[in-house]
Design a protein around this ligand. Structure first.
Ligand code: 3H9
Length: 705
């Protein structure tokens, strides 16, 4: 028998243990080994029942996602075939789950006749996050076991539930506590089922809970309506609902056939390819050049955030949400009080939306300790400085931190543009200085751009990467350059949007095109949200370094001068009704735009949606190519993560660099070249883009030299 499964006998029960590290994915070889073990157990007259368990940290992560590209996931025995073999078995098969059992693993459990799980085991169907529907019967069997409403929640959200919740829903027969042994409990259950005179019950033959759903025919359309906003642009969540609906309206065999057809269509879709790419990109980003797997990390038990403004407060909430005590400091009591008040309001709003209990909110707030005393930072493991973007101020702070903080503490800066090396230079421990650039709102956006200074040590990077995971963030390591990777790519995008309105478009057209593309909002709505005054201040800071041959659109400056700061003043690129965030086009802004074009001698023209998309997207991709070429980012997928998690780039398009690869780099290059010829030098194609386009290669294939 293959090494991928181990077979043991406990009395008359065969225990099959899956052993395919690291996550027991059901790759072809494991499926063959499991099938052989099952058949052997069925054929053995001395065996009355079987148990399927697993070795390692988790039961299984489901199907091997890598097989989807080659189609090997359908090779016989496929997971659906294995599950049918189990469900049809003449002897009871009981599964013993632990750690995590998701996707195909959960589907396998649904085909078994008994289900045992260790307390806390995470069970679910995350396929939707990969742009597919569960394809091994999950959409047909789960509603039969726990009912349609609960099954829709699990399948459409992709979020796992715990074993305890599974027991309440009827999914898990027995939860095994810390003092129990899951395999022993499963063996006992298998033995009981075997001594039962009736044949093992088949999940597919259950109909009681489906019958209940047939009484509520509106349930599926209601659900489609409920997720419409959240799932905008995604195909898989709606395909999942269709499959569960098929479970209710069609006989099992037809429902399974429908699920299979839908699974294959989704698996082969561009969306799923992009979402699978994103899954592996997130894992890839944890592998950083020069940081070995066994690099020692500092455990972060206590943190501090310097500055309790919007960013500092949001970062403090991230720590509190992860259960890490955090001190927030300010030099002024009034500012500190206002910052804490904003944190309380934020939590209250989450509670009012039903997403957090008030007890949990209180518990989190109690982890945040406001302080005016810098000396209190003496005992924390990490400090994140989140004060105003001013180099002199930051250097002063880092000098003081260096004097006060423990020798092994990490000193991090949330700067969004300043030179981390210069900040580190004032300390005696530049190897422990790192950039941790959070994105606004920091307690919501998942990106942390981890800026590696020239001296930042592997230990500091490993600590920061591990911390970002603990905070539920995606940490992406980048090098030092002006504005780092995220904002550096954002600038050409916003700049083009501004030129386009001088040439003939209006903010609402540009915002519509980018919203329809899948971004949460277009550049003008974003500017109103972030604050036109904030953008103005950044421009003041950057203006001295702007190459003078680069054109500059001054409309935003005019808005600033008119006191139109965006949503906060109910007027910016748009106007806003009292208490509303809905942008309304404003004739005053349209007049300003048209008169600016006139003053510049530009004859306004009709601008197509296609040109808007390409003029905004391709320059940012072009900047991405420069960032790769300069070694600021290690791989194109890191830039894709930055855009997905920092700016809400649609995951179903895989990020801008993946999108460029799917459009074809030759087209992107040639379009940039034609923009460059018509417009100005800020559109010059990057050498790497040109090189890859000429060689017919992709960003995905490119590796840093
Ligand atoms: C499915 O089941 C389809 C069926 O409905 C129908 C079929 C017909 N495949 O995340 P980690 C790799 S679709 C291949 O760091 P953790 C991962 O890339 C599947 N590889 O561990 C990494 O590799 P590397 C539905 C996988 O402890 C290594 O394993 N299932 C798979 O932080 C460790 O992973 C899912 O969507 C896989 N399925 O988290 C679950 N899973 O070391 C996907 C992981 O080379 N998996 N790898 O970078 C997860 O969500 C997490 O891995 C899990 C463990 C929570 C399980």
């Amino acid at each position: 028998m293959s090494q991928l499964v181990r077979i043991d006998r406990v009395d008359a029960v065969t225990v099959i243990t899956l052993d395919n590290p690291p996550v027991n994915a059901f790759a072809f070889d494991l499926r063959v080994a499991l099938r052989d073990a099952l058949v052997a157990g069925m054929d053995d007259d001395g065996v009355e029942a079987l148990v399927i368990a697993a070795a390692g940290r988790i039961f299984s992560a489901g199907a091997d996602i890598r097989e989807f590209d080659s189609g090997a996931s359908s090779d016989s025995p496929s997971l659906p075939e294995l599950i049918t073999t189990i469900e049809d078995a003449p002897k009871p098969v009981v599964v013993a789950l632990h750690g995590t059992a998701v996707g195909g693993a959960c589907e396998l459990a649904l085909g078994c006749h008994g289900r045992v799980a260790e307390a806390g085991t995470k069970i679910g169907l995350p396929e939707v996050t990969l742009g597919i529907v569960p394809g091994a019967g999950g959409t047909q069997r789960l509603p039969r076991v726990i009912g349609v409403a609960a099954a829709l929640d699990i399948i459409v959200s992709g979020k796992p539930i715990t074993a305890e919740r599974g027991r309440d829903l009827g999914l898990i027969d027995e939860v095994v506590g810390a003092d129990g042994d899951r395999v022993e409990v499963a063996v006992a259950l298998a033995h009981r089922l075997a001594t039962d005179s009736t044949a093992p019950a088949k999940t597919r033959e259950r109909d009681d809970l489906l019958a209940e759903a047939r009484e509520q025919p509106g349930i599926f359309d209601d659900y489609r309506g409920k997720i419409a906003r959240r799932a905008r642009g995604f195909e898989a969540p709606f395909a999942c609902i269709d499959c569960v609906e098929a479970a209710v309206t069609r006989p099992f065999a037809e429902g399974i056939a429908f699920e299979r057809e839908t699974f294959v269509r989704c698996r082969d879709s561009e969306q799923s390819k992009a979402q699978r790419y994103a899954f592996f990109a997130e894992r890839q980003a944890r592998k950083v050049r020069g940081v070995e797997r066994d690099t020692p990390e500092l455990t972060i038990a206590r943190a501090a955030v310097l500055g309790c403004g919007t960013m500092g407060g949001g970062i403090a909430m991230c720590f509190a949400n992860a259960g890490i005590p955090v001190i927030v400091t300010e030099s002024d009591q009034g500012v500190l009080d206002r910052g804490m008040e904003a944190i309380r309001r934020n939590y209250a709003s989450t509670v009012s939306k039903g997403r957090l209990s008030s007890d949990d909110a209180e518990a989190r707030i109690s982890l945040i300790e406001p302080s005016l005393d810098f000396d209190q930072l003496a005992d924390v493991d990490i400090v994140i400085e989140a004060v105003f973007e001013d180099m002199a101020l930051k250097k002063d702070i880092f000098g003081r931190l260096d004097a006060v903080c423990r020798a092994d503490a990490v000193l991090a800066t949330n700067t969004s543009s300043l030179d981390v090396n210069e900040i580190a230079s004032v300390t005696s421990r530049p190897e422990q200085v790192v950039g941790t650039h959070f994105f606004s709102p920091a307690n919501v956006m998942r990106l942390v751009e981890i800026v590696r200074g020239a001296a930042t040590s592997p230990e500091t990077l490993a600590t920061t990467l591990a911390l970002s995971r603990r905070l539920g963030k995606v940490g992406v390591v980048v090098g030092v350059c002006d504005s780092f990777a995220a904002n550096r790519m954002l600038y050409p995008y916003s700049r083009q949007a501004q030129f386009l309105i001088e040439e003939g478009a209006f903010p609402e057209q540009i915002d519509r095109v980018l919203y329809d593309f899948g971004l949460p909002m277009g550049p003008f709505a974003l500017s109103d949200l972030a604050g036109i005054d904030v953008g103005w201040r950044v421009r003041q800071h950057r203006e001295p370094t702007r190459p003078k041959n680069l054109r500059y659109s001054a409309i935003a400056d005019r808005l600033y001068e008119m006191g139109r700061y965006g949503q906060k003043t109910q007027k910016g690129w748009y106007r806003y009704e009292e208490g509303s965030r809905t942008p309304i086009p404003d004739p005053e802004v349209a007049d300003l735009i048209v008169s600016t074009s006139e003053a510049l001698g530009i004859e306004r023209r009709e601008i197509s949606d296609e040109e808007i998309l390409e003029r905004c997207m391709y320059p940012l991709i072009n900047e991405g190519a420069r960032i790769l070429d300069e070694g600021i980012a290690e791989r194109a997928s890191d830039l894709d993560l930055i855009w997905m998690h920092g700016f809400g780039f649609p995951r179903y398009r895989g990020g801008p660099m993946f999108y460029a690869d799917s459009v074809g780099l030759k087209h992107v290059y040639e379009t940039m070249k034609s923009f460059f010829e018509v417009h100005h030098d800020w559109l010059e194609p990057a050498p790497l883009l040109e090189h890859l386009a000429r060689e017919g290669r992709t960003f995905g294939e490119w590796t840093a030299p």
